[in-house]
Design a protein around this ligand. Structure first.
Ligand SMILES: [Zn+2]
Length: 61
């Protein structure tokens, strides 16, 4: 049984092997680049903020 470094992305919820881990949460590289180019006026922005809030909560605990 081979152990793969696949983790579930906290944003898109899909198992990916490329991305970064912040504290305990994993963000795949496609979501990361998506977030970087999302403007605050973008309709997708609140979605990312909501997802990321879980992270900030962990950071501040
Ligand atoms: Zn993702």
């Amino acid at each position: 049984m081979s152990e793969n470094e696949r983790r579930t992305c906290m944003v898109c919820g899909e198992p990916k092997d490329e991305g970064m881990t912040i504290v305990t949460e994993f963000i795949c590289s496609s979501c990361e680049s998506e977030m970087v180019k999302t403007e605050t006026e973008d309709e997708k922005y609140p979605f990312f903020v909501r997802r990321m809030r879980r992270l900030w909560v962990k950071f501040h605990v």
